[in-house]
Ligand binder design. Structure first.
Ligand SMILES: Nc1ncnc2c1ncn2[C@@H]1O[C@H](COP(=O)(O)OP(=O)(O)OP(=O)(O)O)[C@@H](O)[C@H]1O
Length: 317
């Protein structure tokens, strides 16, 4: 029989949504039963744990009040799939390292860095970063629907925000506030509407008080309009820039892999200069689709440049 202590630990990890701990206690239980000679029950517990690993922990309860405001994902992305500057990569690795060893850090009265502002032009990898961190840490990604929060729930935005911050405690995960400027615009700026000011003040208070284990990302294309009071509430600010020459080359090789023909990428890189990672990715996908539909094996220089130029024309770049 499981000890009362083990059952208590199982319940605690379940309520805290701590899958790693839950699994580890369940396996301890199986070992305990096996030592007692209860081999069938030990085998059953082990099989259940294995099954939950392959099925993934997909059953996550979200407060019904938030079900149309918070989307949940279980990404399997990795940071290595992103082309990032060394500086950005170092900062993200540090978030992962500190998160994984948060218990050790907390023993010294310190906190792992987990409130992060991502800033940069559209399509440079901010959302993809939140997804990759979630995949690396094997915790769910919760995306807050900012437009709904600010429009449909106008008048109750602050109380919804309160519920979202409560959820960070009960559902450990990566929380992404995309288009963060919707909340964070400077208090004096065009938000003479009292409600907007109240929302920002509430957010400042909630993020300051937050002591959950979740990772919070705010993402913005327009950091200059953010209220300066926000900056010190974040543990780090990470700046994303358009890809440089080497980044473009790496990105194209990553996206086209074995379908990239054997030619110098110099002219392609020149054509792609000024485009974001997302636009270059889309041009690569366009080129791939073209060779699939025309039964070709490799993407040529001419085709790739054409797809890049089409993107520039279509999107007026
Ligand atoms: N740095 C990157 N490395 C590799 N691929 C990238 C990178 N940035 C973007 N991409 C590709 O472009 C897609 C869209 O990018 P993403 O949504 O992360 O951009 P964003 O910075 O969040 O843009 P927005 O500000 O418009 O939300 C990604 O899913 C990925 O396929």
């Amino acid at each position: 029989m499981a000890t009362a202590e083990q059952i208590k630990s199982l319940l605690q990890s379940h309520y805290k949504n701590d899958n790693e701990r839950f699994t580890s206690i369940a396996l301890q239980l199986a070992a305990h039963e096996a030592r007692q000679g209860h081999l069938t029950i030990a085998k059953d517990i082990k099989a259940l744990v294995d099954r939950s690993k392959t099925d993934g922990f997909k059953v996550i309860r979200i407060n019904p009040d938030l079900s149309d405001l918070v989307l949940v994902y279980y990404p399997e992305n990795k940071l290595s799939e992103l082309i990032l500057s060394n500086d950005v990569n170092d900062k993200l690795q540090r978030i992962i390292k500190e998160y994984k060893q948060r218990d050790k850090i907390q023993k010294f009265g310190l906190q792992n860095r987990r409130k992060i502002l991502l800033s940069g032009l559209p399509g440079t990898g901010k959302t993809a970063t939140a997804s990759a961190i979630s995949g690396e840490l094997k915790i769910p990604l919760y995306v807050i629907m900012m437009d709904k929060l600010m429009t449909k729930y106008m008048g109750e935005t602050a109380s919804k925000l309160r519920q979202i911050f409560d959820m960070m405690i009960s559902n450990r995960g990566v929380y992404l506030f995309d288009e963060f400027d919707a909340i964070g615009a400077e208090r004096g700026r065009d938000n003479e509407v009292g409600e907007m000011r109240r929302v920002l003040n509430s957010f400042l208070q909630f993020i300051e008080q937050d002591s959950s284990e979740s990772i919070i990302f705010g993402a913005t294309n327009n950091i200059r309009i953010l209220d300066s009071a926000l900056f010190r509430r974040f543990d780090d600010i990470i700046n994303y820039t358009l890809p440089g020459r080497n980044d473009i080359e790496e990105l194209i090789k990553l996206k086209l892999s074995k379908y990239l023909g054997n030619f110098s990428l110099d002219n392609v890189i020149a054509a792609a200069s000024g485009l974001s990672h997302a636009e270059i990715t889309n041009a690569c996908h366009d080129a791939l689709k073209e060779i699939i539909l025309t039964d070709k094996n490799l993407v040529t220089q001419k085709l790739l440049i054409q797809m890049i130029k089409d993107r520039k024309i279509n999107f007026n770049l």
